[in-house]
Write a protein that binds this ligand. Structure first.
Ligand SMILES: NC(=O)c1ccc[n+]([C@@H]2O[C@H](COP(=O)([O-])OP(=O)(O)OC[C@H]3O[C@@H](n4cnc5c(N)ncnc54)[C@H](OP(=O)(O)O)[C@@H]3O)[C@@H](O)[C@H]2O)c1
Length: 291
């Protein structure tokens, strides 16, 4: 593998939402566009990608470019992952690139098996704020991945936000439940606050501005201050005041327990989906072979 990040040749398999977010992130962090290739089997998507990323190389099917790749990013839906891997297995075995998978719930052992085995693989769980370069990603590497390859993977994911290494692959289920699904929890809280604001007389636009700016401001404050959420909450909770009354109502409603239950259920679901994905992929591959 080439030593310098800027010389690396990277190929994306799948140029959907997440693939585009990562290509955009790499371009804005000064990757050489000509070193980036995207293979997307959907012709309409490929045409869109060719316009959006004019200086990158866009293809609709597996190309020779794969044999020159230092890094291959697997960015297709989990249910099509086995087929996608099997289509590129021969080239990957020839060039032995670093494989980065962003697919939810597909285990490294499955990806490695479908690609022919013994490849360096980093499995990641990004989240949708990656679309605006504010994501956060949990990463886990197999033992074939060198220190330098781990750094490359981290650099790539850092182009769309922050990153965090995990010591066990199973912890990616918890990452999925916290940060993968997490944006939806905050959107739900925002939704509830918007509805409450409107029911008390604010216009939709007023409620939106106040709620979203408060959410963004609170996130910035906790990031910049380094304080705990309890410290910051107490700082705005004066005795006998409005915040105290509101927090009391949230406590009585069991908000913390509710979040604990919801996140535990999400982590269990992530684990269960990983098993289902493995089965679905093997069913699809079997039926393709039978055709
Ligand atoms: N969106 C999220 O919040 C999020 C967060 C974390 C992780 N992820 C993971 O990111 C991955 C990509 O998600 P996405 O939302 O970007 O998916 P997406 O929008 O469906 O993009 C995937 C693209 O790859 C194409 N494709 C399918 N099979 C292919 C193949 N064999 N070779 C080349 N291209 C192929 C698809 O074409 P067709 O549409 O014709 O199949 C589609 O255009 C998923 O595995 C997901 O689990 C997503």
């Amino acid at each position: 593998m080439s030593q310098n990040l800027e010389n690396l040749k990277i190929v994306f398999i799948g140029g959907g939402n997440m693939g585009q977010a990562l290509v955009g992130g790499l371009l804005s962090s000064d990757w050489i566009a000509n070193n980036i290739s995207i293979i997307d089997s959907d012709p309409a998507m490929s045409a869109k990608l060719a316009k959006q990323f004019m200086q990158c190389n866009v293809f609709t099917q597996t190309e020779a470019v794969l044999t020159l790749a230092d890094i291959v990013v697997l960015a297709v839906k989990p249910q099509t992952m086995r087929t996608a891997c099997e289509q590129i297995a021969a080239q990957c075995q020839a060039s032995r690139p670093l494989i980065i998978s962003i697919a939810a719930g597909i285990q490294i052992s499955d990806i490695d098996g479908w690609l022919g085995g013994e490849l360096p693989i980093v499995r990641c769980m990004p989240n949708t704020p990656a679309l605006v370069q504010s994501g956060t990603t949990g990463l886990f590497a197999n033992s074939e991945a060198s220190l330098q390859q781990r750094e490359f993977a981290q650099n790539i994911l850092n182009s769309v936000g922050s990153t965090l290494w995990l010591e066990q692959e199973a912890m990616l289920d918890v990452v999925t439940a916290i940060s993968g699904s997490g944006p939806a929890y905050f959107f739900y809280v925002i939704e509830a606050m918007l509805e409450a604001g409107q029911s008390l007389g604010l216009s939709a636009a007023q409620a939106r501005q106040l709620t979203i700016d408060t959410a963004a401001g609170a996130a910035k404050l906790i990031q910049k201050s380094g304080k705990t959420p309890q410290e910051l909450r107490r700082a705005v909770t004066s005795k006998g005041g409005t915040t105290e009354a509101a927090i009391k109502a949230l406590k009585q409603g069991g908000m913390k327990n509710l979040f604990h239950t919801a996140i535990t259920i999400a982590a269990q679901k992530a684990k269960q989906l990983a098993r289902t994905n493995a089965l679905t992929n093997s069913d699809e591959a079997n039926s393709e072979k039978a055709e």
